[in-house]
Design a protein around this ligand. Structure first.
Ligand code: AMP
Length: 366
């Protein structure tokens, strides 16, 4: 029986395992945290991501390795590769871990992004000059380790930037032009070891305070040209990075044009609705991709809504009364701003989804 090792034991690892069991796969995860979400559904190896003894153990126990988040050290993937194949490989990690490198790589591939300037640590003058060149408002972000809106500050004036400066961490920063986007969408792409490539229809995303709040699939009013443009950008990245697995690209849509906000070398929160809404989920497709198996069908059936359960659980009893609703509980302790689970609800048509949206959001968010 093929056994897959997952570096990281969060909810993404958990959902990968849950998607793989029906196909007869076995799993194991490595994570520093006792009681982690993934460790509740598969054997768990405790260890930090740079713990060579633990890494060796998971490599020896498994046939193929993957990871479920992009902030594991590049060194870790290189170490694991000495023992087993790891997908995706390390080249995408170097890019995806650093917003500066990521935006520069996109620029090199002629994939549009918002305007940006890199600001080295401890250089207020560089920040001021970037603001002068680019204009305001802008968003200042740490290059590394920022996610879910952490490590970013909106800047409206030069004075505000000067006041903020002493409070900022002394790390490399990137100043991005603030994008007055019309909406946000994401593309979940899948590239198989066998060379096959598949793309899901675009997903529309709604964030609150930098955290994904809810998504719908397929995104409404997407022309075939917009979908094709997104797929072309994904293809350029897949080719450049020799990519294998699921790759997610988050876009701003402005005046009909796509601008990449960021890329994630993994299954993605916005893609959770492929569990209920697509013929083959992003999780199953990632597994098929890294095993070199034929990829699954990415087309959508019906219209699906995904709402994250963040910080606290909504009334489960009332949620489950909603027709067509599926509850995903990640088995995590409640904590403010923490993603504890999500719901996926399938509808036969867009109108039906829109008619129910407000009531479902109210039930979850109060
Ligand atoms: P990120 O962590 O970069 O994915 O940002 C989280 C969310 O913050 C995005 O999905 C947007 O809603 C918002 N955001 C980030 N960067 C910008 C920007 N340059 N302009 C406007 N909104 C942004």
């Amino acid at each position: 029986m093929t056994k897959i090792g997952i570096i990281g034991g969060g909810q993404l690892g958990r959902m990968l395992a849950l998607a793989g069991y029906p196909m007869g796969l076995k799993f194991c995860c490595l994570d520093p945290q006792t009681g982690c979400s993934g460790g509740q559904v598969m054997p768990w190896i405790p260890g930090n991501y740079d713990d060579e003894a633990a890494l060796k153990k998971i490599a020896q126990q498994c046939d193929v390795l993957t990871y479920e988040f992009e902030n594991i050290p590049v060194k870790t993937v290189k170490f694991l590769q000495k023992h087993r194949s790891v997908f995706p490989g390390e080249s995408v990690l170097e890019v995806a871990q650093d917003r500066g490198q990521e935006k520069s790589a996109l620029r090199k591939l002629e994939i549009p992004t918002v305007d940006f300037h890199l600001v080295n640590d401890n250089d207020l003058e560089a920040l001021k000059s970037a603001i002068k060149k680019m204009g305001l408002p802008a968003v200042l972000k740490t290059c590394r380790m920022g996610y879910d809106g952490k490590g970013q500050w909106k800047i409206q004036s030069l004075k505000e930037a000067e006041k903020l400066w002493p409070k900022l961490p002394r790390v490399d920063l990137i100043l991005e032009a603030f994008c007055h986007f019309d909406r946000e969408v994401s593309l979940v792409a899948v590239a198989g070891r066998n060379g096959q490539r598949n793309f899901y229809p675009l997903i529309e995303n709604h964030h609150e305070q930098g955290i994904l709040s809810w998504s719908r699939f397929p995104a409404p009013q997407v022309s075939s040209a917009l979908q094709a443009q997104a797929e072309d950008y994904a293809m350029r990245l897949i080719d450049e990075l020799d990519y294998v697995g699921v790759l997610t690209i988050e876009f701003f849509v402005k005046e009909g044009q796509l601008l990449v906000n960021e890329i994630a070398p993994r299954v993605h929160n916005s893609g959770h609705l492929t569990i209920e809404g697509a013929h083959c989920s992003q999780f199953e497709n990632h597994l098929r991709a890294i095993l070199g198996w034929p990829l699954g069908e990415t087309t959508a059936h019906g219209h699906t809504l995904m709402v994250n359960l963040i910080g606290e659980f909504a009334d489960q009893e009332n949620l489950l009364k909603i027709s067509g609703l599926h509850l995903h509980n990640y088995g995590k302790q409640a904590r403010p701003k923490r993603k504890l689970g999500h719901i996926g609800v399938g509808f036969t048509d867009e109108k039906n989804l829109e008619a129910n949206l407000e009531a479902i959001l109210k039930l979850i968010k109060g």
